[in-house]
Design a protein around this ligand. Structure first.
Ligand SMILES: Nc1ncnc2c1ncn2[C@@H]1O[C@H](COP(=O)(O)OP(=O)(O)O)[C@@H](O)[C@H]1O
Ligand SMILES: [Mg+2]
Length: 293
């Protein structure tokens, strides 16, 4: 770990990008961290399909695969990207070279993930500044940046969520998933009482079960943490989800009339109905890279 951090510092120092003192970018669009307490609840599925749905409606969307170790959005999008965040961190490529266009969905881009980004927190402030200068421009003109985070309460996940303007907390109806969602929300609220986190219930039997799951969690949150927990919607359990994974095409594209696709469309509606919070992606990179420095 020490070696990797030292190497990254050295490589970041050698990066050709100019220092962040003169960022050539605006503050960018809405940054939404899609996260969960427990793994396997559908984060990647939500990022791929919500991203595709927003792009189909004409929005410029970038999905960032930040599930270090389990990065798999490239597979869901049927891409075989040559470069990823790891290559960028190692100074092997420019930021623009890690951006992959999702061929099946015009307007949707992917920044493929890599385990090397784990070392982000170990970079010194000069390294962080250089990385900021490299990363901010790739998302500056995007309307939505969706981040597929790892599961759990690890530092990387919490930092990503707090740096993003909005958090989409995904859970399924299983008690373990709900308890872990509560645990993650508790930590997020402790670190930032103003964090804007909303719940998305995935793999519900039907809308009624999903609403029940939200009501149950919202009640516990109200009692023990104070404040409510807004819902952004319910996605039903749907065989089209795994079928679309096999076809390596988002289900909103492969099966636009499937129940899961209609539900994702409703989530997109809900997202578009609510205004962006101040901050934008420029602010996101600054906040993220400032963590720990
Ligand atoms: N609404 C759903 N209905 C049926 N299967 C789903 C649904 N959402 C996710 N899945 C399946 O659950 C598994 C985990 O989903 P994934 O998006 O990879 O979760 P995560 O990214 O949280 O680990 C995948 O096999 C996926 O196809
Ligand atoms: Mg995943």
């Amino acid at each position: 770990m020490r070696d990797q951090a030292a190497k990254l510092r050295e490589l970041a120092a050698r990066a050709k990008t100019p220092p962040a003192a003169a960022p050539a970018t605006g503050d960018g669009g809405r940054v939404i961290a899609v996260t969960s307490g427990k793994g396997g609840v559908g984060k990647s599925s939500v990022v791929a399909n919500l991203g595709a749905e927003l792009a189909r409606r004409g929005h410029r969307v970038t999905a960032i695969d930040a599930d270090f170790g389990l990065a798999n959005l490239d597979i869901l999008f049927n891409l075989n990207p040559r470069h990823n965040l790891g290559h960028l961190l190692q100074g092997q490529v420019d930021a623009a070279q890690v951006v992959a266009e999702v061929t099946a969905v015009p307007g949707l881009q992917l920044i493929p993930g890599a385990s090397g980004m784990e070392a982000l927190a170990d970079l010194d402030s000069a390294g962080r500044e250089r990385l900021l200068a490299a990363l901010a421009p790739i998302t500056a003109d995007r309307e939505f940046v969706l981040i597929d985070t790892a599961a759990g309460i690890g530092r990387n996940v919490v930092d990503l969520c707090l740096a993003a303007g909005e958090v989409l907390l995904v859970t399924n109806p299983e008690p373990t998933s709900l308890t872990d969602a509560y645990g993650l929300l508790k930590i997020l609220r402790q670190r930032d009482p103003g964090v804007r986190a909303r719940l998305l219930v995935n793999s519900a039997q039907d809308a009624a079960e999903g609403r029940g799951v939200h009501a149950k969690l919202a009640e516990v949150v109200q009692r023990f943490l104070g404040g409510g927990l807004e819902s952004l919607g319910v996605i039903p359990r749907d065989p089209c989800v795994s079928r679309s994974t096999t076809r390596q095409s988002p289900f909103v594209v492969a099966y636009p009339r499937a129940p899961a696709s209609r539900a994702v469309a409703a989530v997109a509606d809900a997202l578009l109905e609510t205004a962006a919070v101040a901050g934008g992606s420029g602010g996101f990179w600054r906040r993220l890279l400032a963590v720990g420095s």
